[in-house]
Design a protein around this ligand. Structure first.
Ligand code: NDP
Ligand code: 2IT
Length: 453
């Protein structure tokens, strides 16, 4: 579906150039290929973009910073990590996108995330360009003071490249409210200015209500839109979720609120399966375990004896109606897709960025399963970051209801854009195609208007 035979030669030629230039960057190549499958044919039919080599320009970051992050651990040992900020595209607004702290972080992963972010931010309807950054720093097992010293050192360098009208980072894997607080404090100390240079801040110092919940809530709102469009709903649906961090926790919370059941959650050590369902009270236990105690998901089974823990596995074999991959990239393979479909799964909604491999996505499309790509379904997080930026500029704070209403409206609008460009026939929408083209057009037209820069 997303792949098209008609322009295979053009797609191949374009990808050969990308692979040649970015040969060691498998995740970046994967993300570009996913977009090229629908955008190269679109460009072939809309020659103005071809002449201006828009896709070649969109796949070349405007700039990349790589820097040394020195810090000292609690034992007094000297430590070094590598810091990054990829400023991908500023055609429609200041660079915007999260920071990831994880030992796997490298340039390929951050370029893939920054590239996705350009399309995602365009879909939100708000004026935000795309960027991403982070470090190979591993927050696991670090003390609070070590986290603070690392964040201070990271910001001491990053502060040279960001600003409220230049580039506004936020959280991602390994970066939540605690880290954003330390990063913000150090920026303020160095620059002596209180400005909205980060989002995901605590509400006491310029954060937006609903921002912590926004990615998970937004993903479930998006799935609700997709279900409503086929006269269905979340009511009574059995859902499997991967991850147990920010996105997974709030996806679970919203699913419960809308009448669904949550059967699984996971972390990098395995998944828990609770046949009775993870209800609100059990979810509060998980939030405390993950956010305050910084424990492992397996500890759930110590408290809830009927639940199972499956070490080093992912939850895609568990029979379900709907699946929400909310952990990380490349965590749902073609074989997993086959298991899900065989077990009766009707929809897959990406809370994470690129969790499904291309073969898995193709399999969902071939079987006409509802499939939502992350750049559409997880856009609620960055959209609410955009709302945080607006509130900072206006120096006001909107209520929970105001922000939630705006978030819902944005997810509805993104759904509408995907339908507009992705409809295959009267019963099926290719949301990958829809999201790619809708995200592309706005950025590409802005680039055309601004000349060859
Ligand atoms: P968190 O750090 O809060 O949680 C990440 C979760 O995923 C943890 O349960 C973690 O397990 C698991 N995980 C991380 N890396 C791996 C891995 N390599 N293998 C298996 N499990 C892993 O991050 P978020 O919830 O914020 O982010 C999750 C996903 O959502 C990411 O893809 C992110 O890019 C995307 N996203 C996040 C947004 C946000 O606003 N936060 C917005 C849009 C997308 P463990 O604790 O064991 O590492
Ligand atoms: O991938 C993402 O969209 C995020 N991590 C959120 C970015 C943001 O700027 O809020």
């Amino acid at each position: 579906m997303a792949s098209t035979k008609t322009f295979e030669k053009e797609i191949k030629a374009f990808m050969a150039g990308i692979e040649n230039k970015n040969s060691n960057e498998s995740e970046f190549i994967q993300a570009v290929y996913e977009v090229a499958q629908t955008i190269v044919p679109y460009i072939e039919k809309n020659k103005k973009y071809k002449h201006a080599i828009i896709l070649d320009r969109m796949t070349e970051p405007e700039r990349v910073f790589i820097f040394r992050v020195p810090w000292i651990d609690d034992k007094g040992n000297y430590q070094i990590n590598r810091g990054y900020r990829v400023q991908m595209n500023s055609a429609i607004g200041p660079y915007k996108g999260g920071l990831r702290f994880h030992p796997s972080v490298n340039l390929s992963i951050l370029k893939f995330l920054a590239f996705e972010q350009v399309f995602k931010n365009s879909l939100t309807t708000l004026p935000m360009g795309g960027g991403k950054g982070g470090s190979d720093f591993d927050p696991k097992g670090k003390s609070d003071n070590e986290i603070m010293r690392f964040c201070q050192s990271f910001m001491t360098e990053l502060c040279k490249y960001i600003g409220a009208d230049i580039d506004v980072p936020a959280g991602d894997i390994g970066v939540g409210g605690r880290e954003i607080g330390y990063l913000f404090g150090q920026y303020k100390r160095i620059k002596n200015e209180f400005r909205g240079i980060l989002t995901g801040k605590h509400v006491n110092f310029g954060g937006s209500l609903i921002r912590p919940e926004a990615t998970g809530y937004g993903c479930v709102y998006f799935s609700q839109e997709m279900l409503t469009a086929c006269d269905d709903s979340l009511e009574g649906k059995n859902c499997v979720i991967s991850g147990s961090g920010n996105v997974a926790q709030y996806a679970a919370e919203k699913i419960l609120e809308l009448g669904g059941s949550v059967l699984t959650l996971s972390d990098s050590s395995g998944f828990i399966y609770d046949k009775d369902g993870i209800d609100r009270k059990k979810l509060e236990f998980i939030k405390d375990l993950k956010n305050n105690k910084r424990g492992r998901i397996s500890e759930y089974t110590k408290k809830h004896k009927k639940a199972e823990f499956h070490s080093l596995l992912r939850p895609w074999n568990v029979p379900c109606d709907l699946a929400y991959p909310c952990a990380t990239q490349n965590e749902l393979y073609e074989l997993d897709a086959k298991h899900l479909v065989k077990n009766g799964c009707k929809g897959v909604f990406e809370g994470a960025n690129m969790p499904c491999l291309p073969e898995a996505v193709d399999y969902f499309h071939k079987n006409r399963i509802l499939f939502a790509p992350g750049k559409a379904s997880n856009a609620g997080g960055v959209a609410t970051s955009g709302l945080e930026m607006s509130q900072n500029s206006l120096r006001i704070a909107w209520s929970r209801d105001e922000v939630d209403t705006k978030l819902k409206a944005i997810m509805k609008e993104i759904h509408h854009s995907c339908q507009k460009y992705g409809r295959v026939d009267k019963d099926y929408v290719d949301y990958v195609k829809g999201a790619n083209i809708a995200g592309f057009v706005k950025v590409a037209d802005a680039m055309l208007a601004q000349g060859h820069v």
